[in-house]
Design a protein around this ligand. Sequence first.
Ligand code: PLP
Length: 388
Amino acid sequence: MSHLFPTYTRWEVEPEIAGGSMLIDKNGNSYLDFTSGIGVCNLGHRPKNVEDAVLKQLNQFWHISNLFQSSSQETAAKMLAEASGLDRVFFANSGAEANEAAIKLARKATGKSKIITFNSSFHGRTFATMSATGQDKIKYGFGPMLETFVYVSYNDIEAVKREIGRDIAAVMIEVVQGEGGIHVGKKDFLQGVEQLCKQHNALFIIDEIQTGIGRTGKPFAFQHYDLGPDLITTAKGLGSGFPIGACLGKENLAQYFGAGSHGSTFGGNPLSIAASIATMDTIFKEDFLAEVVDKSEYFFEQLRNQLHHLSMIENIRGIGMMAGIECKFSVTTVLSELRNMGLLALPAGDKVIRLLPPLTISEEHIKNGVNIIKEVLETSAKPLEHVY
Ligand code: PLP
């Protein structure tokens, strides 16, 4: 009997060791990892400079609390500020906590109570971030949600116009919806949302928890769209696997997050901060990001060239090293077949295969991984289409 709550449908694989883009399980099977721990290990597994930074910190102290001065938190915050164009940072432990900070701050700074979010969005599993999420399945059975959130269609500016009114404190949005199925935001829509926020004195919050830290070929995905958010949130890739989240905001918001207004025992933990500095030191470099862009072109070229003939595919979409292959049927069986063939991939919704390979993956591994997807889709085409 398991003593864990059965909150996860776990795969049959139990990892023994992982390095770079590869993972080896307890039975000695090796896998190409196109999941990066769900968009976390952007530098692959156990990147040396992150390991060294954490080991150095391990030998100094592990936890001291936020009552002390911390030049390493200051360094990490400066790196985030310089990479994003925002000014202030609150460190949390996860994406949901970073979003909680943004939600609280937006309500306090504006004195308004409602926040617009989008259908198919995902913002986390705490009570407020679950309420913010625009997917019924995430909320099922948990009773009435917070009344703070108003949900509208993604990429539909008229829908935002209809709802943005006097009591809207903020609009919170992903520029690429990750969990919801890799839906890429349209530039004029995203810019339109920003304009509406300005007109109505609402804050523009971008959730970069999955899209940030180089995943799309820029430090943050909003930078593809010429946007100027008031707040952004990030987590996942920030610590290369050490738990950390961050809420970044403009200088004028600092007055609303004064001493005692918000906090976290573990937020900005020295080990996670050391990991995040080493991670950002690698990823927020022009050369590194230029390589991600080149790699992304190769990745999508491989996806389109190798998979274009498969009739069960509705659509291949994405940006950077974030791709969704939408199929005409549920992809659960396909994902399990991929694992049998040595490729780890994720779902996004029911019908989308989500690929989040490490940004450091080689072209050879990209090609091999896509080849496995082709083989599995080709061989499973008949029975699956039949079932469908
Ligand atoms: N926001 C987005 C866009 C996410 O993709 C996720 C996680 O998948 C979250 C928030 C929640 O992050 P966490 O699981 O670290 O709380």
